[in-house]
Ligand binder design. Structure first.
Ligand code: LLP
Length: 453
């Protein structure tokens, strides 16, 4: 008989039971991953089958988990404020099938540049549900954004003059640096004195004045102050700060605001057992702070409250499957696999922690400690350090968790390694949603002039 068990049985709780806000036990965060006789399954599909059908390294996403994530965060806000919208930050995972799924759920799209706008448009996001949040844009990019019909979010006042050369948009916002931000690692704090993003209040005031003079009808206010934040009080504080700035701008210029966008940044725990962001509580505190501000600012109108989560929607809905390629003992023990910093950059770039499961030996005793590494010629090529694992052999599979956000999207061809494939599991069926690159792809598009030969 096949035994199926939840991978993370409910942890023994001491003191007050910790629950996610939906009342789901904490262990339920990974409810699409199961242990079937020691083999990891993804929404019912065996990791061994996935690896043999599609090869490794392989990104695998659960459609069900993405939908659940969207509904949880959307509903938490929408239940408290009707005039609310969520845009998906495409940079987290730009797979077209993932975009399409989120569009079907009702999300808009936050795009970082023409490439993301093109991708979002290709799966049917209407232009007026796309926000183009660029920074250090070229004229061509500004023009592309304007012509695409996306709402443009400018990261600096003088960019407005450059945009106006191409036409006057109907709607526009400026990205504000609210003076502080927060992030899981220093590299993902995107506001405050060291941030390259956004404008201070005094520059913003000038920019909005100019936008008003130019006859732009719908004006919004935007910020994106940091990523992977798991603290509730921060959300209330940063909402209060941004809406304070927005209120002063609206009053000084006598303009009604069309929307106020708080950006993304909603965190996802990286370690099993960590408490997830209590999204109901966050939504309540944010909406309370937001509506308090509107109530005390006559003339500000009824701006739509907007958020643009990336990680929250897709991170824990994806795993990276890799095959063990070699096991080595020297001064340390190394488990080598076919996924490296080229496939998942976050550990090397930020020191980010990703859980790594022995996908084909879930029930084996974890008797060794090893560094999990890839095939890249860099010593930062470590997916995990000092991990407790069973004795693994060549051909065993590893599953790197929380790989759905900033995984494939930040992958590269470093060391001339082709890009991996992506699979979306929908209702227990695995669909290839991005083909693996081949070695031939690496030599395509590079004409070598005969002068070189
Ligand atoms: N909106 C804007 C304008 C952004 O720049 C970002 C992310 C988001 C929304 C979505 O943020 P999220 O909800 O995913 O935190 N590569 C890093 C994360 C950098 C985020 C940069 N901007 C990582 O792998 O952790």
């Amino acid at each position: 008989m096949v035994r199926t068990t939840r991978l993370y049985p409910r942890p023994k709780l001491t003191g007050t039971p910790r629950k996610t806000d939906g009342g789901i036990p904490l262990a339920g965060i990974y409810d699409y991953l199961e242990d079937k006789d020691g083999i990891l399954t993804v929404d019912g599909v065996s990791s061994v089958e996935l690896a043999s059908r599609f090869g490794t390294p392989l990104y695998v996403y659960s459609a069900r988990r993405i939908r659940d994530n969207y509904r949880r965060i959307h509903d938490a806000f929408a239940a408290r404020r009707e005039n609310f919208r969520a845009n998906y930050a495409v940079k987290a995972n730009n797979n077209l099938s993932v975009l399409d799924l989120l569009r079907q759920e009702g999300a808009g799209a936050d795009c970082a540049g023409p490439g993301e706008i093109r991708m979002a448009r290709s799966v049917g996001f209407p232009p007026d549900r796309i926000l183009y949040s660029g920074n250090y844009n070229s004229d061509e990019e500004l023009r592309y954004g304007l012509e695409s019909g996306a709402v443009i979010n400018l990261d600096d006042g003088p960019l407005l003059e450059r945009l106006l050369k191409f036409g006057t948009p109907e709607a526009l916002c400026f990205r504000i640096n609210p003076g502080f931000g927060k992030g899981a690692y220093p590299g993902v704090v995107t506001a405050g004195p060291d941030a390259k993003f956004g404008m201070r209040e005094r520059e913003a005031l000038k920019a909005y004045r100019r936008a008003k003079e130019a006859g732009i009808e719908r004006l919004g206010v935007h910020m994106m102050a940091g990523s992977n934040v798991l603290e509730t009080p921060y959300w209330a504080a940063i909402t209060d700060r941004l809406t304070g700035i927005a209120a002063r701008i609206a009053k000084a210029l006598r303009i009604e605001l069309d929307f106020i966008d708080l950006g993304g940044g909603f965190g996802v725990p990286s370690k099993i057992g960590e408490t997830p962001l209590p999204i109901q509580d966050v939504a309540k505190k944010v909406v309370d702070a937001y509506e308090r501000r509107l109530a005390s600012t006559p003339g500000i109108g009824d701006p739509t409250l907007m958020i643009e989560p990336g990680r929250y929607l897709v991170s824990d809905a994806g795993i990276l499957l890799a095959s063990v390629t070699h096991v080595k003992t020297s001064a340390k023990r190394f488990v080598g696999c076919d996924a490296g910093m080229n496939t998942l950059l976050r550990p090397a770039l930020y020191g980010a922690y990703h859980e790594i499961l022995p996908a084909t030996k879930l029930r084996a005793r974890r008797s060794v400690r090893a560094n999990v590494t890839g095939p890249i010629c860099e010593n930062t090529d470590m997916l995990g350090k000092d991990r407790r694992l069973p004795r693994l052999e060549v051909g065993d599979l590893l599953a790197v968790l929380n790989a759905g956000a900033y995984g494939y999207a930040m992958a590269s061809r470093f060391n001339s390694r082709p890009m991996p494939a992506e699979v979306l599991v929908v209702d227990g069926e695995a669909h290839l949603v991005r083909e693996r690159e081949t070695l031939d792809d690496l030599v395509r598009g590079e004409p070598v002039p005969s002068a070189v030969a």
